[in-house]
Design a protein around this ligand. Structure first.
Ligand SMILES: Nc1ncnc2c1ncn2[C@@H]1O[C@H](COP(=O)(O)OP(=O)(O)OP(=O)(O)O)[C@@H](O)[C@H]1O
Length: 694
């Protein structure tokens, strides 16, 4: 029995390997085509087979009576007169001929395809795909088809300049014809039966070459389930491996950590305490920690991270903190420096503006490598190969969805199994959180520090700008500070900068000479930005005019008002982040949204912001509104890219597939059970190379 199952597993892996071969095994696929396919994220035969069409063109000839106006259809008939080519404009032409269909005659027009004239002979039968105009009884030809009795729905794929539609279609066809025997089911039979899903081979066939629209639809339903199921299974499998693997045991000094906590200028909230306990418990276990710290803006994640880092240092380890922007890295470094100085913990800051090869950089790297620096903070500069730690025990990533999985893995590579803590303020609903962070354990900070007052939010029209300025002045009189934010409005960065500069000038005019105004934007050099930020923090500047560079994490508790111009240009998640820059102390804070939205979605976004300050409610609303019109900051949700499934539109399928995958993969007999061994082998194969750094 044991022998059999081992043999069975080996065979499965071999089969998996066949489809994991490079596309170069196909006829006529040389290095150029390989490179072109790679741009479309197609590397292996399996990628090619799973590069599904985004729509279908119907190549089955229809009868005139069946046609609907403006529909793309195919007609087959006899050419009634020789084609006439008329030239117009500089390089344009039109080709007209009449097509006889039983008793009816219709006009066919091809634009700028005069070369087709040679192929259209009077009396010959032709098949034309095009757009039907019923009022003029005219077909605008798009394609002259070579008639094939088996023609059906033709898949239309995402193609590129380097690799054209027809080439892609023929490659997929070839891959399917040659290798379809290697396609094996990954979703176990009982789940396929339960949801009436297609066999995988049939599904892939019908996704590419469906016999009917209904067949394509059924295949798509199965493909969406499979995609979500495999995604989640992979995350769960990673988690399973992580749980089994031995990790670092960080024997921190409990008394020292307690002392450190009681030395903080405030009492931790219950949610912060709970998170600290969970993190410390994980670190102490000889099992690898992979935890997500989720908390709304201003909920106090940073101090929790600081306690974890301090704990690691008391056990003789180093810790690293990776932030998404230089401003944020510098802010963290400054705060942690102050916090840790009395405790004899050394903090270093490494960013790309400390230039390569400079003395300062060499010295810092040396101190990190020899363990003189206990805590290193930085941007993605931390993952460069030149950075070597003496004894890295804990890695923290801030706003982790901004880092790719590879970047996170590269940082982990730097220690021997360091524990990992990721922090995020993105309040995504539970189901979607599972999709993004499914392989992680989660600590949730679901309360704000005591005494915090919800930020009062007002929506004003651009004509009320004067009133807004007056209101801001009242706050400044009370020694408080203000942010004025302009979004990226124009296509060109230069124009955006002009907008910010204009606002800066207007603001100065209004508030000078009593109040000092600063300007910060993405085009400034990083040390310049930091200087401006520093002046704002120290209170030398009363107002900071900013583009969205201040969006994440900036912490200036004395700032109590934020005004956002053209607020309807932002997505809800981004507005919530921006608003989170105020309300970070006991001061009553205000958010003024200046907007004149042009569409319903914009109006609803403004209303949602006024109605609630709860990040989870905002996130839910964001999902509902998504797709209704262009919004900036769409990428903020941090959701992975799927090929066929849409995690928002297909949320129901996502939920079911996630639950099924999680349940299956965590079963003790997952790898050996006949039902799931195929899937286990597939996951092992998919996951293994990526984990080589472990
Ligand atoms: N328990 C607490 N009581 C009072 N103040 C606190 C508490 N915890 C944190 N703070 C303060 O609240 C402010 C916000 O905390 P922090 O910067 O850690 O929030 P965050 O969760 O990282 O926010 P964001 O996601 O917006 O960056 C800081 O000034 C911090 O010193």
């Amino acid at each position: 029995m044991i022998c059999q199952s081992v043999f069975f597993r080996k065979e499965v892996i071999n089969l998996t390997n066949v489809l994991n071969q490079s596309v170069s095994v196909l006829k006529g696929v040389g290095p150029k085509t390989v490179a072109a396919l790679q741009h479309l994220k197609i590397f292996t035969l399996e990628d090619l087979l799973m590069a599904y069409p985004f729509r279908y063109d119907d190549y089955r000839p229809k009868a005139l009576a069946e046609l609907i106006d403006q529909e793309k259809i195919t007609l087959r008939g006899t050419v009634a007169n020789p084609p006439v080519v008329t030239r117009f404009g500089r390089k344009k032409n039109r080709l007209n001929f009449r097509l006889l269909l039983d008793q009816d005659v219709i006009l066919v027009t091809f634009f700028n395809q005069a070369y087709l004239a040679d192929k259209i002979e009077t009396g010959a039968e032709v098949t034309v795909f095009g757009k039907w105009d019923s009022s003029r009884q005219r077909l605008t030809g798009m394609k002259l088809l070579t008639f094939n009795r088996n023609d059906r729905l033709a898949g239309i794929y995402r193609s590129s300049k380097e690799i054209k539609q027809t080439k892609l279609q023929s490659l997929i066809k070839e891959a399917y014809l040659k290798f379809n025997a290697e396609i094996t089911n990954l979703v176990p039979a009982d789940l396929r039966q339960r949801y009436h899903l297609l066999d995988r081979k049939q599904m892939i066939h019908d996704m590419h070459f469906p016999l009917s629209a209904a067949a394509a639809q059924a295949a798509k339903r199965s493909a969406i389930y499979e995609e979500f199921f495999l995604f989640q299974a992979r995350l769960q499998y990673l988690k399973r491996i992580d749980q089994k693997k031995s990790g670092l045991q960080i024997n921190y000094h409990n008394d020292q950590v307690k002392k450190f906590i009681s030395g903080l200028p405030f009492e931790l909230t219950t949610a912060q305490k709970r998170s600290v306990n969970q993190i410390c418990h994980d670190m102490h276990r000889p099992i690898h920690m992979n935890r997500l710290l989720q908390g709304d803006v201003g909920s106090g994640k940073t101090v929790v991270a600081a306690i974890a880092m301090y704990a690691a240092v008391t056990a003789g380890f180093q810790a690293a903190l990776m932030a998404p922007t230089e401003i944020l890295a510098a802010q963290h470094a400054e705060k942690l420096f102050q916090l840790f100085q009395p405790w004899g913990v050394s903090v270093g800051l490494l960013t790309s503006s400390i230039t390569a090869g400079s003395r300062q950089r060499q010295e810092l790297l040396h101190q990190v490598a020899t363990g003189k620096i206990n805590i290193l903070i930085g941007t993605h500069a931390l993952i460069q190969t030149e950075v070597k730690f003496e004894r890295l025990g804990l890695v923290i990533t801030d706003e982790q969805h901004r880092f790719g999985v590879n970047q996170r893995q590269a940082l982990r590579l730097k220690g021997i199994q360091p524990d990992v803590l990721a922090m995020t303020a993105t309040p995504i609903p539970r189901t979607l959180a599972l999709t993004t962070y499914g392989e992680m354990d989660v600590s949730l900070i679901n309360e704000l520090p005591k005494g915090r007052k919800p930020v009062k939010t007002f929506w004003l029209k651009p004509t009320q700008l004067q009133q807004a300025f007056d209101f801001i002045k009242q706050q400044l009189i009370k020694q408080q500070q203000a942010y004025l934010v302009t979004p990226l409005v124009a296509e060109s960065e230069a124009l955006d900068l002009q907008n910010a500069e204009q606002l800066f000038t207007d603001t100065q005019k209004f508030f000078s000479p009593e109040y000092q105004v600063g300007l910060i934007h993405g085009k400034m050099k990083s040390d310049e930005k930091q200087r401006v930020m520093q002046r704002f923090k120290s209170g030398k500047l009363n107002i900071l005019v900013a583009t969205t560079v201040i969006e994440v994490g900036v912490d200036v508790p004395q700032a109590s008002v934020i005004m956002i111009l053209n607020a309807d240009r932002f997505g809800l998640a981004q507005l919530h982040q921006l608003r989170g820059r105020v309300g970070r102390s006991n001061l009553q804070s205000f958010c003024l949204l200046i907007a004149d939205p042009k569409n319903e979605a914009g109006i609803q976004r403004m209303q949602a912001m006024v109605a609630t300050t709860d990040g989870f409610v905002i996130a839910q609303k964001d999902l509902e509104l998504r797709g209704q019109g262009e919004i900036l900051g769409n990428k903020q949700s941090g959701l992975p890219d799927f090929r066929v499934g849409d995690p928002i539109k297909d949320l129901k399928i996502l939920e079911v597939a996630q639950m099924d995958a999680a349940e299956l993969v965590q079963r003790p007999d997952f790898a050996t059970n006949q039902q799931t061994s195929q899937l286990a082998a597939y996951l092992r194969f998919k996951v293994q190379p990526k984990l080589s750094f472990d």
